[in-house]
Ligand binder design. Structure first.
Ligand SMILES: C[S@@+](CC[C@H](N)C(=O)[O-])C[C@H]1O[C@@H](n2cnc3c(N)ncnc32)[C@H](O)[C@@H]1O
Length: 382
């Protein structure tokens, strides 16, 4: 093996050795290693992934209004569920704990909800668990941490997942003259990480209608783990009652496209350049999440864009309250936050909100049940 340049990251060194010994790895295995390698994974080591000083910024870090309005949703969903006397408030991938801290401040307006609720955080990063503990030190509920949703005790549930599914591993398939072949991460002649294709094939049933006439070289993505978690959440909700909000950037209809991206210090970079040092994400296929939730027995509401959801939950009114009587600079900052969260050119349109609920329930501000996916849609099970 000839190597022109030394690997830029310790994980790159490790993966190059592993691939040289064992052969190419799937994009999903590469993504899982980049994010969660126990020694060098991004979420294992990154000191400050989110916020102005980190690699990217998420909605709860943009403004307290985001978590507060989700808190208002949680209270109204709990009422719509019949105000059960026990409810598991669950957040998957809670990051720095900012969303939950803001949510609980709003939820404190209903002491009866706080008496009914227990708090469950599903998080794999030890560093972020510590940040969450700090953020929630004075919160009205004490967090219980879990490594997976399966560990959360049974019972009625309200689950929030913001920018969680985009961090779960995806498989990629490339259209070749021999059909859709799995994209792999192997080594170039120079011994650096490089994409190629392997023998793995995508079954016909998993190819969405929109990809049937795709050109050679087109990429299709699947995330069996995302579909499995959405189905598991829906099955719990169906069995015990509940509601889940999945908020992420992505697309409403399954379609071909290479959406795997690496972000470091607010700039995009080559996804193979610095494994473990950059955040790696993919756009979320909401059609697959909705289909998985239906398989779990739940009702799926017609999705809203983040902008629609926040405006319906009272974003402008909350901004008005926060800005009332404040100086011009503060009011300008709040205006900027509203813009960032809800404007179509910012996070307002790219981000979608999918609501999954117990059979027959469509909690406000959602207003109708989503139609089942058309025949031949990507099932996410490939
Ligand atoms: C992009 S961050 C989003 C953080 C937060 N929700 C926010 O909006 O600021 C993804 C979060 O999911 C966590 N995470 C990634 N994969 C996970 C998994 N398989 N199980 C649980 N948490 C995971 C990360 O550690 C991190 O907390």
């Amino acid at each position: 093996m000839r190597r022109d340049a030394l690997p830029a990251s310790p994980l790159k060194e490790k993966l190059i050795r592993q691939i040289a010994a064992e052969g190419p790895m799937t994009v999903a295995a590469y993504m899982a290693a980049c994010l969660a390698d126990p020694q060098h994974g991004y979420y294992t080591t990154a000191a400050e992934p989110f916020g102005a000083k980190g690699d990217f910024i998420t909605a709860p870090e943009v403004s307290q209004m985001f978590g507060e309005l989700i808190g208002a949703f949680v209270l109204s969903a709990w009422e719509a569920m019949g105000a059960p006397q026990t409810v598991r408030l669950v957040e998957t991938g809670p990051g720095r704990g900012t969303l939950m801290a803001d949510l609980l401040r709003m939820a404190s307006l209903r002491p009866a909800f706080l008496r009914a609720a227990s708090l469950h955080l599903v998080e794999i990063s030890p560093r972020l668990k510590a940040r969450q503990a700090e953020a929630l030190a004075n919160a009205p509920l004490t967090p219980n941490w879990h490594d997976s949703l399966r560990e959360v005790p049974d019972g009625p549930v309200i689950l929030i997942a913001n920018e969680f599914f985009d961090a779960l591993p995806i498989h990629q398939y490339m259209r070749t003259p021999e059909g859709w072949r799995e994209r792999m991460v192997g080594l170039s002649e120079a011994g650096d990480l490089a994409f190629g294709t392997g023998p793995g094939r995508l079954p016909l049933a998993a190819i969405p209608q929109t990809a049937r006439n795709a050109l050679l070289g087109a990429i299709l993505e699947t995330s069996p783990l995302s579909a499995a978690i959405a189905q598991e959440a829906a099955a719990r909700i169906t069995a015990h009652g509940g509601t889940a909000l999945f908020i992420d950037y992505g697309y409403l209809r399954s379609a071909p496209g290479d959406t795997l991206q690496a972000l470091r210090r607010h700039a995009y970079q080559d996804v193979l350049a610095e494994p473990g040092l950059a955040d790696l994400t993919a756009h979320v296929d909401f059609e697959v999440l909705a289909a998985a939730a239906r398989r779990g027995g739940a009702t799926v509401a017609s999705p809203l864009t983040q902008g629609e959801f926040l405006l319906r939950m009272g974003l402008l009114e909350r901004a008005g309250q926060l800005g009332a009587g404040k100086d011009a600079a503060t009011q300008e900052r709040i205006r900027g936050e509203v813009e960032r969260l809800a404007a179509p050119g910012e996070m307002g349109e790219l981000f979608k909100v999918l609501c999954v609920a117990q059979p027959g329930l469509v909690p406000a501000p959602f207003d109708s049940e989503a139609l089942p996916p058309h025949a031949g849609a990507n099932s996410g099970e490939a």
